[in-house]
Design a protein around this ligand. Structure first.
Ligand code: MLT
Length: 311
């Protein structure tokens, strides 16, 4: 069952006051275990579930709704579904304690929404790890995968130690510490980004991280540090696959996705110039165009159900 949750975030574009973005209203859906999950969805056609990175929420996909708005590139051919994973954004915790558990949670969210047909799973970074586990654990629920600014490999010992250290500091001083440590690293370096867009994006990311519960950050850091190497599993993926990475991504650099492209059959790779770790937010037109062409050419076979731009 879905109901509107208490509002948390204005739906107006702060850079264009008074001009509403085509962002749908959020809904609450309840999982079989009682956790209430915030989800936005819009459009009709092939379901595409959008999974956010760490420690963010579904609003990182605000630039993708125009794809399914009237006249958009996927108008009438895709239904976008963007949840907040448990404990993140406005969703109830507890946060799943492993990436595999998060993948099972996504299936539970789709079930709660009554979406039983195979979906395209698209995830950024942590969301991309979840997509890999979906492909390994629930291939029957998928018809395509999109891995964005992510990687197949497990953490190095140094990266794992860094997560333990960050978790301890967040436990002592709060989510602010995670915002300070992570927000500046998520975007392409300042020198590459012109105008005020970068600082507005960084502020937005910082606010989202600061609003995340300490327990969620700490549980997710442990899950991220414990995640297995998925390289061997990925050699068995047979779904249409799109890999996207920002050319300036300093967290999961293009080499990570180049290695993934070498092992995943049917994978195509797009390196987006000028973007860091948050490609869908940093350059929505470039990301959207690539996602739309992948879906149209390799996933969507049925023609649009209504003419472009029709009400
Ligand atoms: C993310 O953006 O989800 C994180 O960078 C993932 C990670 O820390 O491995």
């Amino acid at each position: 069952m879905t109901t509107p949750p208490p509002g948390r975030r204005p739906l107006l574009d702060p850079d264009r006051p008074g001009r509403p973005q085509p962002v749908p209203e959020p809904l609450l859906t309840t999982l079989a275990d009682g956790r209430r999950i915030v989800v936005r969805q819009a459009g009709t056609g092939v379901p595409v579930v959008l999974l956010h990175g760490f420690p963010l929420d579904h609003t990182m996909w605000d630039g993708q709704w125009e794809l399914v708005a009237a006249g958009g590139a996927l108008d009438g051919s895709a239904r976008l579904i963007a949840p907040d994973l448990a404990g993140f954004g406005g969703s109830d915790g507890p946060t799943s304690s492993s990436i595999a558990g998060m993948a099972d949670e996504v299936v539970a969210i789709l079930d709660a929404l009554g979406c039983h047909e195979p979906v395209v799973a698209c995830g950024l970074s942590m969301g991309g790890y979840v997509v890999q586990h979906l492909a390994a654990r629930h291939p029957d629920r998928l018809r395509g995968i999109v891995l964005v600014d992510t990687k197949l490999e497990a953490d190095t010992p140094a990266a794992r130690a860094g997560r333990v250290d960050l978790s301890e500091r967040v436990g002592r001083w709060g989510a602010r510490i995670a915002a300070e440590a992570l927000a500046p690293r998520l975007l392409a370096p300042r020198l590459l980004v012109f105008g005020s867009g970068r600082s507005a994006l960084e502020t937005r990311l910082r606010e989202t991280i600061q609003q995340t519960a300490v327990a969620t950050i700490r549980t997710a850091l442990a899950a991220l540090g414990d995640r297995p190497d998925m390289t061997a599993a990925a050699t068995g993926f047979v779904l249409p696959t799109l890999l996207v990475v920002g050319a300036e991504d300093g967290i999961t650099p293009p080499e990570c996705l180049e290695r993934a492209a070498a092992v995943i059959r049917h994978a195509e790779l797009e390196i987006v110039a000028g973007c860091g770790h948050m490609t869908p937010m940093e350059d929505p037109p470039a990301f959207n165009a690539r996602l739309a062409s992948f879906l149209r050419e390799r996933v969507v076979t049925a023609p649009p159900t209504r003419p472009r731009g029709a009400p």
